[in-house]
Each structure stands twice: as structure tokens, then as C-alpha cells.
Design a protein around this ligand. Structure first.
Ligand SMILES: Nc1nc2c(ncn2[C@@H]2O[C@H](COP(=O)(O)OP(=O)(O)OP(=O)(O)O)[C@@H](O)[C@H]2O)c(=O)[nH]1
Ligand SMILES: [Mg+2]
Length: 367
């Protein structure tokens, strides 16, 4: 499958990251080229000149790294006579390829259905005119039958997802009943969340340079000096996460809303504007999933890759307005992990979570 990638100008500073997303599914050899385009509200998203250019190129699928309206997507597919996916569909495909659990897969399938149903509806209008062949995989069915089939599938998946959610709820409640505080690791994809989780727990969960290595939150009990807590690894954030994905998928991040402490892992080896951008948008996502007002520790990770003359720490401290909760670390080299743990201990002790106090509290409450 040869693909061609179109990147909107708004992402021109992040071309490598946008291409990295594509490369999680397609090898360098499959990607025949890419171009940066101005995004304007056109009928088929691209200008007719651009479409003519693309028609001459040899590839099977066009990947547009922007969010397209259903009509734009369908129009573009008609015009260039090839399959088209937009950034949302691509992210959903990446998620599906990495889903580590039945529940993750279900959530992704549901999000995908929610996104594709309007597309299929749009396609029905054209399919009647015989202009779309096999777009979105509908070839063998005809779009109307395909639509009904998808609707049924959606209902079935929804029931299954609900059952699994109930099971997870029970597990989470059982964990909470232990009375241990929850420390949740969040951050952009590839920031090193799982590497930090591994460094603290001595486990070896999969880590990797490609986005979305982790799709199922993992929890583990940690004992450090006089504190014990549950450490949770989570799904990474990504720039412009479409609402469907936040809604359907980050729902598995309910953990975050119940956290006692949040560790926000940031890849400090990125350019400073990216670092600050990720801190700002990360806070916004946390707010959206109901985690505002919780204490946050910022782990500036990968400092082994940062030259000492780069003022990333200073800039972050200036941005956040306090130096207490910003800790430069390297998870793979094991630098400052103890400093971070001390900070975790301090924050938990402020909330009365030292083991001693736990015990005292229990005796007191029994009296
Ligand atoms: N140089 C360097 N690389 C690191 C460090 N921490 C993590 N990495 C690398 O960064 C990449 C991403 O690490 P992960 O721990 O998988 O990142 P993640 O945030 O869990 O990513 P997702 O699960 O995909 O969202 C891997 O290739 C790691 O080896 C670090 O301190 N220094
Ligand atoms: Mg991970």
C-alpha cells in the first residue's frame, strides 16, 4: 500500500511528529511523498490545482493530516479516485493497531464507528450515482446495507463495552478500598511515561519510539520509604485529539480524575516551544477529563539528550511560575528518579498519606 501524505500548514513546525504518526502504520518505503498545504474550507479540502497534481502521482491512499468534514472527505475521494483517510481516521487506525486489551479495542471500534457513520451516510448520496467504489471498505455490501450493518455493530459493541467498564469499575474500587493514594503518570505520547513507570517499579512494560505504545492503563503498587502508593501508567496525549477520541477513549482515563497526585512527563529534548505547548495543552486535557486542581509534578524527561546550555528548565519554571514541582530526569539513565520520588513522598505526606499517619488514622477511626 503506497500512501501520500498531505500536511496542513498549521502543523509545519511539527512535520516530523505528524510523519511519525503515519510511520506507525506505514514504512518509509510505503510513503511516496508528502506536501504541506494551506488549509482552507474548500469543497474537496484541496485546491483543484493540487488535486490535478496528485492525480498524476502513483499511490493508493491519500492521508490528510487534518480533520475533514464528511462531505470534504467524500468529495476528495471522488476527485482523486483513491482512498482518503484524515487525521482522525489515521489516529484511530494507529490506536486499533496498538490496542492491548479487548476494552481498548472496543473503545476504538466505537469511536471509529461514530466517526465513519456520517461518512457512510454522505457516501450513500454519491454511491447512488455510482461514483464511489469501495470507499471505506463498503465495496462488497453497497452503502445502505453497510450503514445498517454498522449501526447494528455499534449497538453490540456498546453493550460489550459497558460490561467491561463495570468489571473495571469493580477492580478500581477494590484498589481504592486498599486506602492507598493514586499517583498517575500522564503526558504526551513518547514522552517516556512507561519508561518512568518501569524505572520506579522495576517492571519492564513495553516502551518504544513510536506513538501510542501504551493504550491500556497499568497500575502497580509502589513502596518508597514510608509511603505506599498505586502508580498508574496511561495513554499518551496527542496534539489536537479529536473530541470523539477524548470522549470514547480517554474515558479509560477515569483514573486520572480520581488521582491524588499527577506526574506530567514532558520530553524536554524537544524544542522549547514544543515543551511549553505540551505543558499548556496537557493542562487543558487534564481539565477536560476532570483533573483540574490536583497537585502536579512536572518530570522534564530525557535530560540526557539536552545540552546544558539549553534553558529548558528555566523556561518551564518561568512558565509554571514555581520551581518546586519541576524536576529534570532521565528515565532510561536513571537520573533524578529519587529526587522525583522524594517529591512524590512530600506531596503525599501533605495529604496525610505517610504510612504512619495512615495507621494512626485507622486506629483513631476505630475508637
Ligand atoms: N534518551 C532518552 N530516551 C528516553 C528516556 N525516557 C524514554 N526514552 C525513550 O523515549 C521513547 C518513548 O518512551 P516510552 O516510555 O515508550 O514513552 P510513553 O510516554 O510511554 O509513550 P506512549 O506509551 O507511546 O504514549 C522510547 O524509545 C524510550 O526509550 C530518557 O530519559 N532518555
Ligand atoms: Mg507508554
Amino acid at each position: 500500500m503506497r500512501v501520500y501524505v498531505v500536511i496542513p500548514k498549521k502543523y509545519s513546525r511539527f512535520i516530523d511528529e505528524e510523519l511519525a504518526l503515519v510511520k506507525t502504520l506505514y514504512s518509509d518505503r510505503d510513503i511516496v511523498g508528502y506536501s504541506v498545504v494551506k488549509s482552507q474550507p474548500r469543497k474537496a479540502y484541496l485546491s483543484s490545482r493540487r488535486i490535478e497534481e496528485l492525480k498524476k502521482l502513483e499511490f493508493d491512499k491519500l492521508i490528510v493530516m487534518d480533520r475533514l468534514k464528511p462531505s470534504q472527505l467524500v468529495n476528495l475521494a471522488r476527485e482523486i479516485r483513491r482512498d482518503v483517510v484524515d487525521r482522525v481516521l489515521l489516529i484511530l487506525e494507529v490506536f486499533a493497531a496498538h490496542a492491548g486489551s479487548r476494552e481498548a479495542l472496543l473503545q476504538i471500534e466505537l469511536a471509529k464507528l461514530k466517526y465513519t457513520l456520517p461518512l457512510v451516510k454522505e457516501a450513500i448520496r454519491y454511491a447512488k450515482l455510482g461514483e464511489l467504489h469501495g470507499f471505506l471498505g463498503a465495496g462488497r455490501y453497497g452503502y445502505e446495507k453497510y450503514y445498517l450493518m454498522l449501526k447494528k455493530k455499534e449497538a453490540r459493541l456498546r453493550r460489550e463495552a459497558e460490561n467491561l467498564r463495570l468489571i473495571r469499575d469493580v477492580q478500581r474500587r477494590a484498589r481504592r478500598d486498599l486506602g492507598l493514594p493514586h499517583v498517575i503518570i500522564v503526558g504526551y505520547t513518547c514522552a517516556g511515561k512507561t519508561s518512568l513507570f518501569n524505572a520506579i517499579t522495576n517492571l519492564s512494560l513495553p516502551v518504544g519510539p513510536e506513538p501510542f505504545t501504551t493504550l491500556t492503563p497499568k497500575a502497580y503498587r509502589v513502596n518508597y520509604r514510608d509511603v505506599s502508593f498505586i502508580l498508574v501508567d496511561t495513554v499518551g496525549f496527542i496534539r489536537d485529539v479529536p473530541p470523539e477520541i477524548i470522549e470514547a477513549f480517554y474515558a479509560t482515563l477515569e483514573e486520572v480524575a480520581e488521582a491524588d497526585l499527577i506526574i506530567n512527563v514532558v520530553d524536554a529534548s524537544k524544542p522549547i516551544y514544543s515543551v511549553l505547548y505540551e505543558i499548556a495543552t496537557g493542562s487543558e486535557i487534564l481539565r477536560k477529563i476532570g483533573a483540574h486542581g490536583k497537585p502536579v509534578i512536572y518530570a522534564l524527561n530525557k535530560i540526557d539528550k539536552v545540552s546544558p546550555s539549553t534553558p529548558v528548565l528555566e523556561e518551564v519554571v518561568k512558565y509554571i511560575g514555581s520551581s518546586d514541582a519541576v524536576i529534570p530526569v532521565s528515565c532510561t539513565k536513571g537520573i533524578n528518579i529519587n529526587v522525583l520520588l522524594e517529591r512524590v513522598r512530600l506531596e503525599l505526606s501533605k495529604k496525610g498519606f505517610l504510612n504512619e499517619e495512615n495507621i494512626r488514622f485507622k486506629i483513631w477511626s476505630q475508637a
